[in-house]
Design a protein. Structure first.
Lengths: 231, 119, 553
């Protein structure tokens, strides 16, 4: 905790000791969050590289294995995340305009949509794990799920490296899912603070920062959805 | 509970709040593009399918960055940070994928010579 | 703060005395205390890695080895490398000296995110502890690069998992430090300090931070994938599960080559400060030095493949990487010539930091030029995996970084502790380090060219002279470092009190008290040209230097 600097009544409540003004503090925190997002881009960038390596060498694997994923669930989750992003952006607007009820509603909505996303993801994962659609060397798809593939796909030979496709799938959607989970935690934190009336036109940095993070999570899913479910 | 009175900055309060129609319009565009990417993937274009999907995803991501993340309205530096990070990621993907497609035939040839199935 | 308080005796409220007890240190968010805690931890890691090195050198006294078992030797050189790289050289200058100096040079009260800074320290401490724990868990013998398939074989247990986790955790510490530094430099510059008014050390830290933010996440994901590959057989890196070990190398060097610039850029920043102050001359070519730091950081990302010329990378990628590697030499040369031009016709004062910097020039010159041999595709192939490589990277990563670190440590020591160290022992230590270092590693260049492979516990009898000379050199180097440490520590008890500005430097940290108060400055100072020494004159050794016409104290 910062040392209370005592008796200066004019000093805003949420202005940390080492800043001169709320504007300076906001500018610094926004810069910080963008730098953090830059490191996140590279974090996922490495995984996209692994994806690219396998895709470049094994087109047939991707055309075959994508049929194990249900594009309708992927599309549903895409819509859910876009809606949550809209809601997150709206929460920033509400904070900036000082609309407290709108802020609480959009924060709660963002949280709820993130929850829906994870519930859908849970059903996807559990269905696959149940049928032995697992990663790497442990891949052992059940007869049942193989029979459920479209006839044209069933006619193809099962390609090599099926497990690696699902390694990539679980790693990338899993790391993304962890980010969703962290985002939900952050929205709980924001909700608690918003209920105490912390945010308003003069102080909305945390709402903005979390929303930026949330948009990045949305953005990554925008790439994951077509790369795994569609093409 | 009322808002704690945080003295508003000197200029007009909430200078950056985005108009509602910008936010709604962005979301609408994202929904439409999601539908488009699904629709295009239903048509067999060969290798172009992946290109189209990536192109649409890039447009969607740009919309999110420009409007939802209000990059369009923020200082140049944030755009530089973000663009640079994407370019570095592209550098990594690009070089490694280029290299792996180059050496892959060598590996396959070596595996064939050894008589072993390609691991 | 009321002026009545700050007008009291400065020493009474220095940051060292602001708050007492262990808790006030371990949970501090004061960048100066965090810097000092980093310094302590990093010094310990240097000591630990140094012990490993001395055992290795003693084992190499005889061609057949025999001091330790070959297996132990492999584990020792792995830990020597990993501890030195990840826990000393990479965090050394930015986290320890940078944390202390950066806000002071900006005239700021702290870094942008003080709590993140504390988190960063504790992540680093945790990562370090995990590394040390590998010792207990049976050690790791893979070399610091942790290449699969060897490193992820099924027989491997806790050791490799601890090492991978240690790198992962320490990596986050590095990312957070970089993030903090960029945000601080961007948004907390004092009135009067534009971008080209920044001290060059800050330009160097800024460039370093770019690399920390962009490259370190890739290392983090790489070691995380290695961890999961070992436990869950993902099939990403291990050929037996369908994986591609070259992918690991691409990931690893996408970080670890730029990481070389995480090490050297802050070192270059210190050199830029010290060479100007102790030549009593404004730095020559300020903008070129500043921009070359950024250029090194950016170009440094385009060259990682030169580590992979002989490990399965395709020939076209190798050709491209070899060409790009030559580009990095340009900004490095720009810096070197500007430093030399700064010294030209300067009034050079041979205090300890300056002697270390002169040692840096000699060592960095050799290290940089031998790098060209290794960046060239044709000459790299015979030299790869010989002692030539070992000698080259020790010249750059150890010789250059260590001499600059020592220069910076002596330069800012009065500011950190409020005490002057003994010049006699400082100067002698600098000479011992320079001599010891060259005696250690020049014979390794020669052995490498003659074909002595690296990473073996034993060697052909023909290389015995090289190795014996090298071992003697290592003892001289160790003696120099121990002398420096004892000189600095002795100053805490017996050193004369340091004035605010003992060197006649013009950057802002020297306008704060020695040691600074908890808030660094009573009021935000106004920045001038950090290399304008005009008007500074030395009152006396006790009172230090002051500006003649009523400027800052």
């Amino acid at each position: 905790m910062t040392t209370p600097s005592g008796g200066e009544a004019a000093r805003p409540r949420f202005l940390a000791e080492h800043f001169e003004s709320m504007e300076a503090q906001l500018e610094t925190s926004t810069t910080g969050i963008w730098l953090f997002l830059a490191s996140e881009v590279l974090f996922f960038g490495a995984l996209f590289t692994a994806y690219g390596v396998w895709r470049a060498n094994h087109h047939e694997l991707f055309h075959y294995a994508q049929h194990f994923l249900d594009w309708r669930l992927g599309a549903l989750n895409t819509l859910v995340l876009i809606s949550s992003s809209l809601s997150a952006a709206w929460s920033v607007r509400c904070a900036q305009l000082g609309r407290r009820r709108g802020l609480l509603a959009t924060l709660a909505l963002t949280f709820a949509l993130a929850g829906v996303f994870l519930v859908v993801k849970y059903f996807e994962y559990s269905h696959k794990l149940h049928h032995g659609v697992t990663w790497g060397a442990s891949f052992h798809a059940s007869e049942e799920i193989l029979r459920s593939l479209p006839a044209a796909v069933r006619a193809l030979p099962v390609p090599e490296h099926m497990g690696t496709f699902f390694t990539l799938y679980y790693l990338m959607t899993g790391l993304h899912g962890i980010h969703v989970l962290v985002g939900m935690g952050l929205y709980v934190w924001l909700l608690r603070r918003a209920r105490r009336g912390h945010f308003g036109p003069g102080y909305y940095g945390p709402v903005d920062a979390v929303a930026l993070y949330w948009h990045l999570v949305d953005m990554i899913w925008i790439f994951l959805f077509p790369l795994f479910y569609l093409v | 509970m009322t808002d704690h009175t945080v003295p508003a900055p000197g200029h007009a309060a909430a200078p950056h709040a985005l108009p509602a129609r910008v936010l709604l319009g962005t979301a609408a565009a994202l929904f439409v593009l999601t539908a488009a990417t699904v629709a295009i993937s239903r048509v067999n274009l060969g290798a172009l399918n992946a290109v189209a999907a990536l192109a649409i995803a890039a447009v969607k991501a740009s919309l999110v960055a420009l409007f939802f993340m209000h990059l369009k309205y923020q200082g140049r530096f944030k755009a530089v940070i973000f663009t640079a990070s994407v370019l570095f990621a592209v550098l990594l993907v690009g070089f490694v994928v280029f290299d792996t497609t180059q050496y892959q035939p060598d590996i396959r040839a070596a595996a064939a010579r050894a008589g072993a199935p390609r691991p | 703060m009321t002026t009545a308080v700050s007008a009291a005796e400065p020493a009474a409220e220095s940051y060292l005395r602001h708050g007492r007890g262990l808790r006030s240190w371990l949970l501090t968010i004061d960048h100066k205390r965090i810097g000092l805690m980093y310094l302590g931890l990093i010094a310990f890691m240097l000591f630990l890695g140094g012990i490993f090195a001395m055992v290795l050198r003693m084992n190499l006294w005889r061609p057949a080895g025999g001091l330790v078992s070959n297996d132990t030797y492999n584990k020792l050189f792995t830990l020597h490398g990993a501890v030195m790289v990840f826990l000393f050289v990479i965090p050394g200058i930015p986290a320890a000296l940078g944390n202390f100096v950066l806000p002071l040079q900006l005239g700021a009260k702290d870094v942008a995110f003080p709590r993140v800074n504390l988190l960063s320290f504790w992540l680093f401490a945790l990562g370090s502890a995990l590394f040390v724990a590998t010792l207990v868990a049976g050690g790791v013998d893979t070399g610091w690069t942790l290449y699969p398939p060897y490193s992820l074989e099924g027989s491997r247990g806790l050791g490799i998992l601890l090492a991978l986790t240690g790198v992962f955790v320490a990596g986050f510490s590095s990312i957070l430090t970089g993030l903090n530094f960029i945000a601080t430099i961007h948004t907390m510059r004092p009135p009067g300090m534009g971008w080209f008014g920044l001290p060059l050390f800050l330009w160097a830290l800024y460039a370093t931070a770019i690399i920390q933010i962009v490259a370190t996440p890739v290392l983090g994901i790489t070691v995380a994938l290695g961890f999961m590959e070992r436990l869950f057989h993902l099939g990403l890196f291990m050929p037996e599960y369908g994986g591609d070990p070259v992918l690991f190398q691409h990931f690893f060097w996408f970080y670890s080559h730029p990481a070389v610039y995480i090490m050297i850029l802050p070192a270059m920043g210190i050199v830029s400060e010290v060479v100007s102050v102790f030549s009593r001359k404004p730095i020559f070519g300020y903008r070129f030095i500043a921009m070359s730091s950024i250029a090194i950081a950016v170009i440094g990302f385009f060259v990682w493949g030169h580590h992979m010329f002989v490990s399965g990378q395709s020939k076209w990628a190798s050709v491209v990487f070899s060409f790009l590697t030559m580009l990095v030499a340009i900004p490095s040369a720009i810096k070197t010539f500007n430093w030399l031009a700064t010294m030209y016709k300067g009034a050079i004062v041979l205090r300890t930091p300056m002697i270390y910097v002169l040692a840096f020039f000699a060592i960095f010159g050799i290290g940089g030029l031998t790098g060209l041999f290794l960046g060239s595709l044709a000459t790299d192939v015979p030299l790869h995996d010989t002692y030539f490589v070992v000698a080259h990277f020790h010249f750059v990563m150890v010789g250059a970084v260590l001499t600059a670190f020592m220069a910076g440590l002596h330069y800012w020591w009065p500011k950190m502790t409020g005490r002057m160290y003994s010049e006699a022992s400082g100067r002698l230590s600098a000479v011992l380090v320079l001599v010891g270092f060259n005696v250690t590693f020049i014979p390794q260049f020669l052995a490498g060219v003659a074909g002595m492979p690296r990473r073996y516990a034993t060697y052909a009898a023909a290389f015995q002279t090289n190795n014996r000379v090298s071992t003697v050199g290592a003892f001289i180097l160790a003696a120099g470092l121990l002398l420096a440490a004892s000189g600095l520590l002795a100053s805490l008890a017996r050193g004369r009190r340091a004035p605010a500005n003992p060197w006649g430097a013009a950057s802002l940290e020297w306008s704060a008290a020695s040691p600074p108060s908890h808030h660094n400055f009573d009021r935000t100072p106004t920045a001038g040209d950090p290399y304008d020494f005009g008007g500074l004159r030395e009152v006396s050794a006790e009172a230090g230097w002051v500006r003649a016409a009523g400027g800052a104290p």
